[in-house]
Design a protein around this ligand. Sequence first.
Ligand SMILES: [Zn+2]
Length: 96
Amino acid sequence: MQIYYKGNVMAKLSSKGVKRLKHCTKNGSCTVCLEPIEDGERVLRGAHYKCYFRIYRKIRSGLISEKNAIQDGIFREHEITGRKPIEVAELPESIK
Ligand SMILES: [Zn+2]
């Protein structure tokens, strides 16, 4: 299965990533913590808002790359959720 993402980062899903996204699509769960996403919950790139920023912080501090996150199915590509990349200026003060 070949999936290429064309967001900020081009990455091919790993087999782990494909499994994760299949699981999350089927169960409607968060791609980060794998817990179900409740109706009306804020979602970013397939993950709970909080979960997204937990990973986003790691990316910003260089612990993992965005490419790795996409490859492992932790982040969905921007276009899939129909959301644009978040500008740093829009991030909550606590994680800047
Ligand atoms: Zn989550």
